[in-house]
Design a protein around this ligand. Structure first.
Ligand code: FES
Length: 252
């Protein structure tokens, strides 16, 4: 007997939902919206993001310095992490629900349109390039690690631990967790194979790696939010230092 299409199946009841379905999309919309506005302010209204040996994550790597361009330095690089996040599978779910309300929640809640063209058309078709943005984001991540390590050395004062360099380090760690728990990366290390043990009967290195990435992948949404907040906090801290609103706090 032919199976009914998804759209023809009866809607499931949602009486066990712990809170109204619109709460999560609304919270997402507020937080992501605030972050996007902040990021635009940071990228479009500031020429530099460095304070002594600190570099804001929006401005790294400092491409402007390599070529002697010193106007809106962040524009040369900030598009990479932005497109990486914009095309992330987890964020797609979040902003489709939060901003477009389409679909607003799981299948049990009616979508505003019966047909869904999703990522088959532009501009959302750009999300299919996520796996390529992953490689670019990896390059940026390497620079963020370099910045974080260098931020612990203060010339003649030597090695010091301060709030600023700790933030940069935590940011690099969280971004690493976010990048390597990516669905596309999981597919790259093993998902494309039909059989992991067909060659010699033993789990291959690829299988072990895929298994490890799968464990991280379960928490991808958590890493996505944690790294977004760490980027935000690190940049804001460095921006406030540049503006002389706060002083860097030395811990030891
Ligand atoms: Fe989220 Fe790749 S799926 S970063």
């Amino acid at each position: 007997m032919a199976q009914p299409l998804e759209s023809e199946k009866p809607k499931a009841r949602t009486v066990k939902r712990p809170r109204p379905y619109w709460v999560e999309p609304l919270v997402t919309m507020v937080i992501l919206g605030a972050w996007i506005l902040y990021s635009l302010w940071e990228v479009l209204f500031h020429n530099t993001g460095t304070y002594h040996n600190y570099v804001s994550p929006y401005f790294s790597p400092q491409v402007g310095n390599w070529f002697g361009w010193h106007v809106l330095d962040a524009l040369y690089v900030a598009w990479v992490p932005f497109l990486f996040r914009f095309s992330c599978y987890y964020y797609r779910k979040e902003y489709y629900r939060g901003f477009f309300w389409d679909p607003p929640a799981c299948y049990a809640v009616d979508a505003p349109r019966p047909r869904y063209s999703g990522e088959t058309k532009w501009p959302l078709a750009i999300n299919n390039l996520h796996r390529y943005f992953w490689y670019l984001a990896l390059i940026v991540l390497i620079f963020l690690w370099k910045d974080a390590i260098q931020a612990f050395w203060f010339g003649k004062a030597g090695f010091e631990v301060r709030v600023g360099n700790l933030l940069m380090l935590v940011n690099a760690v969280l971004l690493t967790a976010y990048t390597f728990s990516c669905h596309a990366f999981r597919h790259m290390v093993g998902g494309r194979k039909d059989c992991f043990s067909c060659q010699d009967g033993k789990p291959s290195t690829s299988y072990k790696l895929w298994h490890k990435v799968s464990e991280w992948n379960v928490f991808h949404g958590t890493w996505a939010w944690a790294s977004l907040f760490s980027v935000w906090a690190t940049d804001l801290y460095i921006r406030l230092l540049i503006m002389h609103v706060i002083h860097d706090v030395r811990l030891f």
